[in-house]
Write a protein that binds this ligand. Structure first.
Ligand SMILES: C[S@@+](CC[C@H](N)C(=O)[O-])C[C@H]1O[C@@H](n2cnc3c(N)ncnc32)[C@H](O)[C@@H]1O
Length: 210
């Protein structure tokens, strides 16, 4: 196991902030949106390899198996990696010390998903993680991210690399973070209607050039 520097460890209640029926509804809506966006992007083609960066306990990762022959999830928390590996034995979950350095060659993946992860990284860490996602994405590959995009939804330890925070960054900031990629489309993130606020972020689909 890769040793992780001291930080506020993430637990299941930090991954999704509702339980039971609302959890099931949210996960269904989110998996469906990821599936729709990837199906439209790939036009029925199946790709060689896909990765989820910041996979948590594998809530979204299985959707990638519908599109890719090989799927890898990278995650910092060892207990999430252990849970995900037990639940999804056909997917390789790899524990990493940080999302800024993934233990794979450049251009390893045709598809990269990151779902509500960059919003929890402070600015310098988000910059380096975005650069790393770009590095591991193959030419003509797709990157799908889903993040809070309203700056009003910012709270927590926004400058402490060991803390826990949420940072709402506008889509234009994500375009800068992934400046070498083309933004193909955006779509509002939809979750269960009982959640107290309607704007919960944006899906952003990028493509790398040839
Ligand atoms: C909101 S959860 C999303 C997990 C998964 N993508 C999902 O949608 O279920 C955020 C994930 O980012 C990881 N994470 C948060 N801050 C991190 C950091 N500074 N470095 C690496 N991973 C981090 C957490 O361990 C967690 O798995």
């Amino acid at each position: 196991m890769t040793r992780v520097a001291n930080h506020a460890p993430w637990q299941p209640e930090h991954v999704v902030d509702v339980r039971d029926a609302a959890f099931a509804a949210r996960t269904y809506l989110e998996q469906r949106a990821v599936r729709d966006l990837l199906a439209a992007a790939l036009g029925g083609a199946r790709v060689r390899a896909a990765a989820e960066v910041g996979a948590g306990y594998g809530r979204m990762t299985p959707v990638l198996t519908e599109f890719a022959n090989r799927v890898v999830g990278f995650e910092r928390e060892p207990h999430f990696v252990a849970d995900a590996s037990r639940l999804w034995p056909a997917i390789t979950f790899t524990q990493v010390a940080s999302l800024e350095s993934l233990p794979v060659e450049s251009s390893s993946f045709d598809l990269v998903l990151t779902f509500t992860v960059l919003q929890h990284l402070i600015d310098p860490v988000a910059r380096r993680a975005a650069a790393e996602m770009t590095r591991v994405l193959a030419p003509r590959g797709h990157l799908l991210i889903c993040e809070e995009t309203d700056p009003a939804h910012t709270d927590g330890a926004t400058t402490d690399p060991a803390g826990r925070c949420t940072i709402g960054r506008p889509v234009t900031v994500y375009q800068e973070l992934f400046a070498s990629l083309d933004l193909l489309t955006t779509r509002p993130r939809e979750i269960e209607p009982t959640y107290p606020r309607p704007d919960v972020g944006t899906y952003m689909l990028f493509r790398k050039g040839a």
